[in-house]
Design a protein around this ligand. Structure first.
Ligand code: SF4
Length: 243
């Protein structure tokens, strides 16, 4: 696929904000990271939930587990035993989610929905995990998270991803967001807060500024190399162990 510097999504912006060299490595040089056990597990669980919602959300636990099996990704696991351990972890997470869902059903307007809208010279794209219809014609934006233990309402309020997706729901689908938040799958916990549309302006200003810096290829080391997923491959890394 051709790299379009005017096409932005949350992951690109996040990578640049974490470290411009990380953005360059993944998106400009297109040196993709291989899948890891957590990334494959997260994707498998997300896809299973999307299929469950697409089928109307009325299925029993067995149908959710069938979706999980169908959506299972085998890549990224060190051994077959490690894969089984992750599989069981994902199954337990989905079982807990399904039990929660029985007592907290919602009208899911859509799940895993791609969006696209124009913002000045940029094309903004992404995929939204879940949108629920609320009484009064508004909606709630939900992002499913694996491994986000300990997150709070303050983290939701600070989330660039959720804020950008709330703007997208207005611009791409003409929907009015009343609340937004995470469903932390590993804790079976939903954390939502009321949405303030006034935050959209600051979000899009950050998108514009970051997009312009990406276009100029404004490169500098910013991240913590010791914790960076590409520390062994990045030419600018301060934490390479290999010569
Ligand atoms: S290894 Fe260091 S310089 Fe390279 S992308 Fe990661 S944080 Fe940035």
């Amino acid at each position: 696929m051709i790299f379009d510097p005017l096409e932005l999504n949350y992951s690109k912006i996040r990578a640049y904000l974490d470290c411009p060299f990380l953005y360059r490595y993944i998106y400009v040089e297109r040196r993709f990271q291989p899948p890891t056990a957590p990334s494959s597990l997260g994707l498998s669980v997300h896809r299973a939930l999307a299929r469950f919602h697409a089928a109307g959300g009325r299925g029993d636990l067995g149908s959710l587990m069938n979706h999980y099996e169908d959506c299972w990704l085998h890549q990224g696991y060190a051994t077959p035993q490690a894969m089984m351990e992750f599989y069981k972890k994902g199954a337990a997470v989905l079982e807990a989610w399904w039990t929660h869902w029985q007592a907290n059903r919602a009208e899911v307007l859509f799940s895993e929905r791609p969006f696209e809208f124009l913002f000045e010279k940029w094309k903004i794209k992404g995929t939204i995990d879940r949108v629920d219809r609320l009484p009064g014609g508004t909606v709630e934006l939900i992002d499913y998270k694996m491994g986000f233990e300990g997150k709070t309402a303050a983290d939701v309020a600070d989330s660039l991803q959720l804020s950008l997706y709330a703007v997208a729901l207005g611009r791409a689908f003409d929907l009015k967001v009343a609340s937004l938040g995470y469903f932390v799958l590993t804790e079976t916990k939903k954390i939502t807060i009321p949405y303030d549309p006034a935050t959209g302006e600051a979000t899009m200003a950050l998108v514009r500024e970051t997009g312009d810096r990406m276009l100029m290829l404004d490169m500098y080391r910013k991240g913590n190399c010791a914790r960076c997923p590409i520390r062994e491959h990045c030419a600018e890394s301060e934490a390479r162990t290999a010569a």
